[in-house]
Design a protein around this ligand. Structure first.
Ligand SMILES: *Cc1c(COP(=O)(O)O)cnc(C)c1O
Length: 430
């Protein structure tokens, strides 16, 4: 299925990018477990290497199982093309790679996945890149942070985990005015709850490890390009608008138009950085995506019930979930995320650090793990795990104070999850 524009979301999540296998008729997308592909003849090989013909050369660059997944995610996000890679963090580097150079910066939201804060504040410095962190509730501050060396603006749609949702349109207005691409990490919302491209984003990144796969089996990432950004409007994006020395002088934007970013990501990004998704992992993610809308609706319904139940409980100090009327982001969530805000939230226990430790030790259905977006319910006590190295002040600032736990609500029966939380809260406050 190549032109999916007239199909609805539930149809695209099953058929997008897939077709019966041309060689065997296999109905399910086969796992093409091969490293390389035989060229028809030397001329065919030359055309593939010149990007004059699209086809398969070597699985570090392209693989038919991975291609099906790329096309499906691009269709669900409403993008021109997509490139998959080995993890969500790899996707973030892949998104920035064609845009940045030494001395360039990305203006990023202060409310990001913890690993992204580390990647942006520390690791990208090794490439000569830097990040400026700004409060995305203040579009004027985002505008003020953009300077001559800014090459991207980066935020999360539904931010992981603190009950924050971004008004993407408001930030896109700022990045558009500055002529800078907006990158949105849509991992926690998924294209079912949010289409960042429709709200003005240039690129969308995913950790497909989470809800898109939805069963906690494989890590993966994806970058979707809207195909709408004019890379040639100025000289800020030479990898796309000028002869690319890393690809025998090809001018990607001129040669490939709306597919410039995607082709550059494959032909140069995957070729040289090598953060490739393997076909087995692509298979698990394709299987997961088939039920994405059903799962996200249930994750959201369960999270709304459980957050409301916890908020009424006297053992709980507060709950941060944008789907609760008490949230400062409730009105924004209703306007920008009308199908809800997904399955993630945090809550604080009156009993503090010790009560949190007892809670995670007493739960039976919820698993204490450093993951989210699984069909099964998960919990993490950040202060004793992922945020352990931080000072108490840094923990508070990250929304991971000693008395806070994060839930990733699964798709089990909500009543069973509530009963499990109830008995564990009783144990925690005993
Ligand atoms: C997990 C996650 C990432 C990182 O993805 P990996 O697949 O673990 O590399 C990035 N952003 C968000 C919002 C995440 O939840």
């Amino acid at each position: 299925m190549t032109d999916g524009k007239e199909y609805g979301f539930d149809t695209l999540q099953i058929h997008g990018g897939a077709q019966p296998d041309p060689a065997t008729g296999a109905r399910q997308t086969p796992i093409y477990q091969t490293t390389a592909y035989v060229f028809r003849d030397a001329e065919h090989a030359a055309k593939l290497f010149n990007l004059e013909e699209v086809g398969y050369i070597y699985s570090r660059l392209t693989n038919p199982t991975v291609s099906a997944l790329q096309e499906r995610i691009a269709l669900l996000e409403g993008g021109a093309g997509a490139v998959c890679c080995s993890s969500g963090h790899a996707a973030q580097i892949m998104a920035l790679f064609p845009l940045m150079g030494p001395g360039c910066n990305v203006v990023a939201s202060t409310r990001l996945y913890g690993g992204t804060v580390t990647q942006f504040s520390q690791t990208i410095k090794r490439f000569g890149w830097s990040a400026k962190f700004v409060d995305f509730d203040d579009p004027a501050a985002v505008a003020a942070a953009i300077d001559d060396n800014t090459r991207a603006v980066f935020g999360e749609s539904v931010a992981n985990p603190g009950g924050y949702v971004t008004d993407i349109r408001a930030i896109a207005d700022v990045s558009d005015a500055a002529g800078i691409p907006l990158i949105i990490d849509n991992t926690s919302a998924t294209p079912y709850l949010c289409n960042p491209i429709k709200q003005g984003a240039t690129l969308v990144v995913h950790s497909t490890t989470k809800y898109l796969t939805g069963n906690g089996t494989v890590t993966g990432g994806c970058v979707v390009d809207s195909g709408k950004f004019d890379w040639s409007a100025n000289d800020k994006f030479p990898s796309l608008s000028q002869p690319e020395p890393a690809y025998h002088g090809l001018v990607f934007h001129e040669a490939l138009g709306p597919m410039a970013f995607t082709f550059h990501s494959i032909a140069v990004g995957l070729r040289d950085l090598g953060m490739t998704l393997n076909p087995q992992a692509a298979h698990y993610t394709l299987m997961g995506i088939e039920t994405l809308s059903l799962r996200m609706a249930r994750h959201t319904e369960n999270a709304e019930k459980i957050a409301a139940w916890l908020e009424r409980d006297p053992r709980v100090e507060y709950v941060t979930y944008a789907g609760l009327p008490s949230s400062p982001y409730y009105e924004r969530a209703k306007a920008c995320y009308p199908k809800g805000t997904g399955g993630l939230f945090t809550f604080a226990l009156k009993g503090g650090y010790d009560a949190c430790v007892k809670l995670v030790n007493s739960l039976e259905l919820f698993s204490h793990v450093a993951n989210l977006g699984d069909a099964r319910s998960l919990i993490i006590h950040s202060a004793s795990t992922t945020h352990r190295q931080l000072t108490p002040e840094q923990q508070e600032a990250a929304g991971a104070g000693p008395n806070v736990v994060r839930l990733s609500i699964g798709i089990e029966d909500a009543d069973d999850l509530i009963a499990d939380l109830d008995q564990a809260l009783a144990a925690a406050s005993a």
